[in-house]
Design a binder for this molecule. Sequence first.
Ligand code: HEC
Ligand code: HEC
Length: 486
Amino acid sequence: MRDAMRDAMRHITLFTLATVALALSACTGDAPTSPAASDSPTVTPTTDAVTVVSANGTQAAMVGVPFTYDATKAGTVFSDPRKSGLTYSVSFTPAVTGMTAANGYITGTASTPGVYTVTITARDNSGSSASHSFAIVVFAGDLTAPTLAATALLYSDASSPLPRHFAQAAPNAGSPIGADNTPASNITTNAGATLGRVLFYDRRLSVNDRVSCSSCHQQQFAFSDTARLSRGFAGGATNRHSMGLANARFYANARFFWDERAASLEAQVLQPIQDGTEMGMTLPNMLSKLSATTYYPALFSAAFGSAEITSDRVGLALSQFVRSLVSVNSKFDRSFGANGAPNFAATFTAQELAGQDLFNGRAGCARCHGTNAHISDNTHNTGLDATITDVGAGNGRFKAPSLRNIAVRPPYMHDGRFQTLEQVIAFYDSGVQNNPGLDPRLRTPGGPPLRLVLSAAERTSLVTFLRTLTDSTFLTDVRFSNPFGR
Ligand code: HEC
Ligand code: HEC
């Protein structure tokens, strides 16, 4: 758009010059006082015009802390070829409560975090003027800088390899490695995931510095939230329940959100930032804010080889961190030997074994919550309601996150309707509702919804099995923890 404007301007300029040239050639003959010559406009030589010579960069301020800034940079921002002295005017978009400007000096104490565009205009006594805009980022007063442990944080496959029951199909057919949605264009590296981790926990990614990704995706709850609906930057509720993020890397369809509306993880992670309820930000303002910090340039350099901060890179790094959230150290996982073969009989109680048998067998759970990551194979309509109110991916279909750590992250389902695993099992046992989109796996062929007719002991054993998927090392792993300390 701007290029088109510039092109148009260039054409106009060329046209004007051509006209002047014609006029000049017309008066080179024997008519020394031709009207064209005497009327020729006093073209202001560009060397006399006020111009921007040294633009202001993005400035950082803090709520409650007095701020002064000379937006003329001691008179060096604009040229003053006529040496007539410049007068300055400054405007703010939107207005910054608590800040004013006089003679190009900005002073005051801002009361609201945000990104403010400042336009400064300089004018000389002939009326020639120039202006330019820059951002002042006002950060909330209670933010800290991240402290990353000096010890290496290992996220990449090379430095922290997956155990065999995840990494290799043989001898266990349950390996999810074939479902790995890591694109070749965004392989996880330690530096990339480290940057992603800082971004994930940084409240600066929200418009008022109140929420980070981790507000709704909390490590202790396997990166989900205990609230049925989470609260965004201004207290508004999300439309659906927050999703646990462990093992999101192993969802084969590689689409994200309950309804799969994001076509990739790289696309998904930028959406909460711009969501009007969740973080309320624009990507340009996010970039202004990140560039106004002291710590991001070095993190971007380490991750991408240069300090340039772009939305693309933010998306890549956040995705790398989310994909690094691999949970492989539950009791279930510890039942696999170093060669990748399981020996559940040696590690599970009789009740856990019974529950696992039901999960893989008669109760049919593993048909949808498959692989050793217990992640859904696709979207399904599970018959939560007879009448569908949220169509999800269409016809009431939703994906399910990995069931790893399911016991520590109630409530359950896309709308958080169930508070306990017992309620979830009771639902699958006897509560599946008939509706036109109901998944065939949950109905008798062409007929009514399945009734599992589980005994109380069987229902309990299923819950007991689900508890073997709790990975407490994942829930406390410092690699995934808050680098801002709070
Ligand atoms: C205000 C709460 C909130 C914030 C902040 C938030 N999320 Fe979420 N997140 C949710 C909810 C709710 C969903 C499910 C929404 C849906 O499916 O409609 C979700 C879904 C996701 C998913 C999809 C998981 C899957 O398996 O499909 C990912 C990934 C994710 N969020 C990452 C992030 C990242 C990265 C950030 C920060 C940039 C973030 N979220 C910020 C609430 C939040
Ligand atoms: C037809 C496929 C299918 C079958 C069979 C199935 N599930 Fe699910 N499960 C899903 C889907 C899809 C969801 C997400 C549904 C939603 O939120 O609307 C889900 C959700 C869940 C959740 C909640 C996940 C969360 O993050 O909130 C649990 C727990 C669960 N299932 C356990 C089981 C158990 C135990 C069984 C066997 C008794 C089972 N499922 C059978 C597809 C299935």
